[in-house]
Design a binder for this molecule. Structure first.
Ligand code: HEC
Ligand code: HEC
Ligand code: HEC
Ligand code: HEC
Ligand code: HEC
Ligand code: HEC
Length: 298
């Protein structure tokens, strides 16, 4: 219910907001208005079905919870708590590409089947959490091991933890204070932060990444929203490539042979497809309509 109310209020706000220029100029056709509301209603019904079916998106996550992934394929059976992975801690230092292309983490929670033995050998989390990687002034803590002392078990609990650690939340807000703000998601405008040079993103890991081919960045483009009065979507290849390279989207999410080759709708986005693979889970959520539907209505 909470989610539905939230969606309803946004739809109403945006639908009305976007019509304002038409109200002023007096060319708001009643037919147009009806059509827009019809589409919004269908979308709303569709999205709540998606939410109901998914069952997991019940409440709006808190800023430090946004992008948090619980990894739990093997740990609980092995008698150790599942792993909580925070995107914010990592994306402030690395591009998405490094982890999702070079290291090979999947783009869905629990799809990677990470084993303790692989981590210990220097794969997956162990690509960085190996006790050798220098970060700032110290070495990053190691991942899984088969033998460990009682003190070393505290290290295990840094990753194998289901309970929120207040110190982590405090660290989040301290970091957030230094970043440009945004209403949704982590409450941080990551795009702007990168743009202003407030983040130094590592896009290469020695021994893991292969030398990248220089790829010609594609032109930015706009997608038609297909509904009267709904602002078109502006998509920036340049901005996306900074974080994602090309390989995160092509060919897995978008075949990308030709603009318009893949057909997608807002309902599919809400269902976690296409743009929705990232937007809602790690990149700013889809409730932020205006950030995508950014083109001025004529
Ligand atoms: C330090 C490594 C790392 C970085 C950097 C990183 N990710 Fe992830 N990401 C992961 C891991 C690990 C998972 C969980 C995979 C699994 O459980 O199989 C994950 C999961 C995801 C998921 C699925 C989440 C879910 O709830 O299903 C999405 C979407 C995603 N990442 C997008 C991104 C985007 C976009 C960026 C860049 C802004 C990014 N990631 C940066 C490691 C990373
Ligand atoms: C690309 C390198 C890299 C990979 C891969 C990586 N990490 Fe990290 N991780 C870091 C760095 C660097 C930090 C320290 C960040 C900081 O303090 O600003 C860190 C910090 C952490 C922290 C401590 C957060 C805190 O609040 O102190 C946890 C927990 C963590 N990582 C879990 C994981 C898990 C789980 C995985 C695998 C699913 C993983 N990491 C994969 C680089 C990585
Ligand atoms: C950098 C993060 C990190 C640290 C630190 C860490 N682990 Fe893990 N560990 C993981 C991840 C991720 C998984 C996969 C979880 C899952 O799918 O259930 C995992 C899985 C496991 C499993 C599941 C069994 C299996 O065969 O995969 C065990 C047992 C385990 N770790 C033990 C430990 C112990 C003991 C320590 C401390 C000495 C430790 N881990 C420290 C990230 C970490
Ligand atoms: C965030 C996802 C994303 C990233 C990252 C990305 N693209 Fe795309 N790309 C798209 C989308 C969306 C389209 C439009 C395709 C469609 O609508 O089916 C597209 C279209 C294309 C097209 C067809 C263009 C046309 O005018 O028909 C090419 C070529 C392309 N991309 C190349 C690249 C290259 C090269 C990179 C890296 C420099 C890259 N893309 C990075 C999402 C992405
Ligand atoms: C592979 C993951 C991924 C996919 C797929 C993706 N995005 Fe993004 N997008 C990001 C990340 C990461 C950012 C940086 C901002 C953030 O994380 O909140 C971003 C930023 C943006 C921005 C803000 C940049 C700007 O121009 O100001 C817009 C708008 C946007 N995405 C629209 C889209 C649209 C539309 C699609 C689908 C056609 C799409 N994205 C697909 C990851 C993705
Ligand atoms: C991550 C970017 C993004 C966000 C955020 C977003 N949209 Fe969309 N929207 C799209 C894309 C992409 C399309 C499909 C355009 C195409 O294929 O031509 C679309 C299409 C639509 C359409 C046309 C009908 C349809 O189903 O295709 C409507 C109406 C719409 N969006 C409403 C909304 C509303 C309302 C919100 C906020 C709750 C929203 N959108 C948020 C990217 C976004």
């Amino acid at each position: 219910m909470q989610v539905e109310n939230y969606v309803i209020s946004w739809y109403t706000l945006y639908c009305v907001h976007w019509r304002v220029p038409d109200y002023r100029s007096g060319n708001l056709g009643e037919g147009k208005m009806k059509k827009l509301f019809l589409v919004c209603t269908i979308l709303l019904a569709g999205s709540s079905l998606v939410w109901a079916a998914g069952g997991s998106k019940k409440k709006k996550p808190l800023p430090y919870e946004f992008g948090s992934v619980t990894i739990s394929n093997y740990s609980q059976q092995a008698g150790i708590p599942p792993v909580v992975f925070d995107h914010w801690v990592h994306r402030k230092n690395y591009t998405c590409r490094v982890c999702h292309v070079d290291i090979g983490f999947g783009m869905t929670a629990n799809s990677t089947k990470i084993r303790a033995a692989d981590n210990a050998k220097g794969y997956f989390c162990g690509s960085c959490h190996n006790g050798r990687t220098v970060f700032g002034k110290s070495k990053l803590f190691e991942s899984c091991a088969t033998s460990y002392t009682r003190e070393e078990y505290n290290r295990c609990l840094k990753c194998h933890s289901l309970e929120r650690d207040p110190a982590k939340e405090e660290a989040f807000f301290k970091f957030m204070d230094t970043m440009p703000k945004e209403t949704f998601g982590n409450g941080i405008n990551w795009e702007k932060a990168e743009d202003m040079g407030a983040l130094k993103l590592t896009d290469h890991l020695d021994g893991v990444s292969v030398k990248k081919l220089a790829m010609k960045t594609q032109a930015d483009f706009s997608l038609k929203a297909k509904v009267d009065g709904m602002p078109d979507i502006i998509f920036s290849h340049t901005k996306h490539t900074v974080w994602n390279g090309c390989e995160l989207c092509h060919p897995d999410i978008f075949v990308g042979i030709k603009k318009g080759a893949t057909k997608y709708s807002m309902i599919e986005l809400f269902d976690g497809k296409y743009c929705g693979v990232c937007h809602d889970k790690v990149a700013f959520p889809q409730t932020d309509c205006k950030r995508c539907h950014a083109k001025q209505v004529q």
